[in-house]
Ligand binder design. Structure first.
Ligand SMILES: CC(=O)SCCNC(=O)CCNC(=O)[C@H](O)C(C)(C)COP(=O)(O)OP(=O)(O)OC[C@H]1O[C@@H](n2cnc3c(N)ncnc32)[C@H](O)[C@@H]1OP(=O)(O)O
Ligand SMILES: O=CC(=O)O
Ligand SMILES: [Mg+2]
Length: 766
């Protein structure tokens, strides 16, 4: 604990004041005096490094991960300090520019309805929102792993502050298709095929029927069906199947046979390949599942998530040095491949670690080695977040993304420098996803920070690759130029349609009320935005070097619907699309077998006219009258989602939750989905579709529902009876202040309330 005397001494010497655990420091910026308020305990527990004040937990952590990277911690802080000092003002300038542009747009719309389109478009050019496009170009990114550059497949996203989940994500390269069908709603539970605690053979039979149907489709046999196969064997480098009538057959396309494994004379595994993705038939006649079918198939394992994003951003609640160290330590554990978790699985304790490579024999008898893990990318936070884990000497917080960039890159040196057989990147790259950038100028700035980071970590130029989220409206409309600004290191453009929807509302907030959430998705802007992203990616020649990616399937329990619909992503020309968990990755992988993305890109997309920018700029304003029931339902639904998510964020530090909507559909909620819900209600409030009283009473009504949903969670504090509590108040603020919160981002509010919550907890522990 910090001594009171020391605190008071510092308060005096720094011409500062101390109140309620907060220290107010007098500071000057660009010649102007201002007060900086900092958490006294944190400020005093920080250490001077590189002209900054760094929380000692972070100092210790950096010391801990430096050995093996070739970087000394002192030199790291000194270079990092220089980067921050040289760039924090520019960061602020760019954020101010966002606000200035937004104010002009607000002014444009205020009191003017409907939008005069040509005038609006010209105005966007005049204020620098829409920038002119320059001459054609192609990206030149090199040293990209094939999982990103060449093979299309699912991309899993996972909060990096949860070691149990993130290890699962790293290992989600391979997943059991039998389990994916058995354990989800893909197979209906009627006709005795229910899921239960014990294995249900009726369901098991249906699972096999369904899996064989997919195999017949993807890896057809020349004559008959997989359900009729009694035996798999290998002779003279060829796969032979023997049917139950004794006849023999082989694959219609022999090239799909990629490898096998034998135990003595017994065939144990048959490996098939299609569109660069693998499918393994595991054979064991003695296993309980193997006994249930004539061919002795114990499992069908599919190559699932080729890549996974370890998320430091919207699915994570990291508000201070303690949380950031947890995030970074887990990422470092992945980069060192040393991360492990002792965990209870059923009635057993197990240790989860990262898988090693998998090895088969090729048909020609050579070794075939395939990665056992996904290629990991790390998503840093956006430019608008500031952290108190490191401050300038005057106590003001530094841009958190700079810290993320430097520390996640430092940790990744363990992978780059590793001489081990199994590496995250076999081509010597580090993959960093950058969210919420608003156009080329910001990309250029971030690109410069990448250069600086490479320089002080001693990395070859463009080792640090950039994944670029296309999730802000100003980013979308200037995407081609944004890609150009990072053309030597870009490895993906991904349509984060959730943030993008939130920004769609916030940007044109004053123009009028927006459609309810479900209808918003049906409006022309969304399809135009999705197509435009693919078109810009094709024009800049991403295929073969980088991914064109699509967004999250946010209903983790609706796998049947996902299996039906998410094929739309590869069919639209996307090399990857996001899934919320490993099972979804195994199922979504089937889409990339059915659809060759390369073929779609070459035949359907290359050369087509680019999607229409005018459609993207059509603001999806409500064009019909909503009745009272519709308003109430939408209001309740959004309040339920907001509270269900916020209550765990503020009270438990959980950044991503599964929250039931009003129809009892479990939805993945993160900061981006929160942004949509909060912005929509704030927008309706502003345009008098709902009143403040209606909002507050809906929140109270839904608080009771959310309390009930969480009643079995011992760590949960109910909101009913505690409406003054931080959890409830955070939700209120997100809506009531939604009009004025920069870009409608939720993180500032969440962080503030979570920090207060943690401070309160620390106080009560004293
Ligand atoms: C807009 C955007 O930014 S989208 C990107 C951000 N969103 C995400 O990253 C979503 C990630 N997904 C998740 O966090 C979770 O799946 C949630 C919160 C949606 C649901 O979590 P839960 O309710 O705990 O999941 P559920 O009970 O269905 O499954 C838990 C099991 O699945 C695994 N799992 C769930 N999600 C993931 C994941 N993303 N990666 C790896 N494993 C996962 C867990 O490890 C656990 O298995 P285990 O017991 O063997 O460890
Ligand atoms: O980050 C993803 C999104 O949809 O937002
Ligand atoms: Mg997002």
């Amino acid at each position: 604990m910090i001594g009171l005397k020391k605190t008071i001494r510092l308060a005096k010497t720094a011409r500062s004041t101390l109140s309620c655990g907060m220290l107010s420091l007098a500071s000057r910026n660009h010649g102007r005096a201002h007060l900086v308020h900092v958490d006294a305990a944190r400020f005093l527990a920080s250490v001077a490094k590189g002209g900054l004040k760094v929380d000692e937990q972070l100092v210790d952590f950096v010391k801990e991960i430096c050995p093996g990277t070739g970087i000394e911690s002192e030199s790291f802080w000194s270079s990092f300090g220089k980067m921050v000092r040289e760039n924090h003002s520019r960061n602020k300038e760019l954020l101010d520019k966002r606000s200035a542009i937004q104010s002009k747009i607000d002014e444009f719309h205020e009191g003017r309805s409907p939008i005069e389109f040509e005038r609006y478009k010209k105005f966007l050019v005049d204020i620098g929102y829409l920038v002119p496009e320059k001459e054609p170009f192609s990206i030149s990114t090199d040293c990209v792993d094939p999982e990103i550059a060449l093979v299309a497949g699912p991309q899993l996203v996972c909060p990096v502050d949860n070691p149990r989940f993130i290890l699962n994500a790293a290992n989600a390269r391979w997943g059991s298709l039998l389990d994916a069908f058995y354990g989800t709603d893909v197979i209906p539970e009627d006709g005795g095929a229910h899921r239960g605690r014990e294995y249900n053979p009726t369901r098991g039979k249906k699972v096999f029927e369904e899996v064989f149907r997919w195999m017949d489709d993807i890896f057809p046999l020349a004559v008959a069906k997989y359900s009729q196969v009694e035996k798999f064997s290998i002779s003279e480098g060829k796969l032979t199947v023997t049917y139950d009538n004794g006849k023999q057959d082989t694959l219609r396309n022999g090239k799909q046979f990629a490898g096998f494994l034998k135990d003595g004379d017994e065939l144990r595994s048959v490996l098939l390949r299609n569109n660069g993705l693998h499918f393994e038939i595991v054979i064991d006649h003695k296993s309980s599942i193997g006994k249930s079918n004539i061919a002795g198939i114990k499992d069908v394992v599919v190559e699932s998530a080729l890549t996974a994003i370890a998320d430091c951003e919207d699915s994570v609640a990291a508000v201070d040095a303690e949380d950031k160290v947890q995030v970074y330590r887990t990422w470092a554990g992945l980069m060192k491949r040393s991360l492990s978790v002792e965990m209870q699985k059923g009635s057993r304790m197990i240790t989860r670690r990262m898988n090693t490579d998998r090895v088969w024999s090729t048909p020609a008898g050579k070794e075939l080695r395939l990665p056992g893990t996904t290629v990991l990318l790390v998503r840093n936070v956006g430019m608008h977040l500031y952290t108190d884990a490191v401050t300038l000497e005057d106590g003001s917080e530094i841009p958190e993304h700079m810290l993320d960039l430097a520390v996640t890159s430092l940790a990744a040196l363990h992978d780059l420098r590793s001489s081990g057989e199994t590496k995250n990147s076999r081509t010597g790259s580090v993959y960093i996803v950058r969210p919420k950038m608003h156009g080329p100028e910001e990309v250029e700035f971030v690109n410069k920070l990448f250069n600086t980071t490479e320089d002080f970590l001693g990395l070859r130029r463009n080792t640090l690759k950039m994944g670029m989220m296309d999730e802000e409206r100003r980013m979308t409309v200037n995407l081609y130029e944004a890609i150009r600004a990072a053309k030597e290191r870009i490895v993906f453009i991904n349509t984060g349609f959730l943030d993008r929807t939130g920004d769609e509302i916030h940007t044109s907030f004053r123009a009028g009320p927006f459609y309810p959430k479900a209808e918003l998705k049906q409006q022309p802007w969304l399809k135009a935005y999705e197509d435009w992203n693919v078109d810009c990616g094709m024009l800049a020649k991403l295929p073969g070097k980088a991914q064109i990616g699509k967004g999250m399937w946010a209903a983790p329990d609706n796998m049947r619907q996902m299996l039906k619909e998410k094929i739309g992503h590869p069919m639209a020309g996307a090399n990857c699309a996001w899934v919320p968990n490993p099972t979804a990755a195994s199922l979504h992988a089937l889409h990339y077998h059915k659809c060759s993305v390369q073929q779609v890109q070459n035949e359907n997309i290359a050369g087509r006219p680019r999607a229409n920018l005018d459609h993207i700029l059509q603001v999806p304003l409500l064009k019909r009258k909503l009745n009272a029931d519709e308003v109430k339902k939408e209001l309740n639904n959004n309040c339920q989602s907001i509270l269900g998510y916020v209550v765990r964020w503020v009270g438990q530090g959980v950044g991503c939750s599964k929250v039931p909507d009003i129809n009892d559909t479990q939805l993945m909620e993160d900061r981006a989905t929160l942004r949509i819900s909060a912005q929509l209600i704030a927008n309706w409030l502003y345009h008098n579709i709902v009143s403040k009283d209606q909002v507050l009473s809906a929140l109270k009504e839904m608080a009771a529902v959310v309390d009930r949903q969480n009643q079995h969670d011992a760590a949960y504090t109910p909101m009913v009876g505690n409406f003054e509590g931080l959890e409830f108040q955070a939700a209120v603020k997100l809506i009531l202040d939604g009009k004025d919160i920069a870009n409608g981002y939720t993180e500032g509010t969440l962080v503030q309330f979570r920090r207060d919550y943690k401070r309160g907890q620390r106080g009560s522990r004293k």
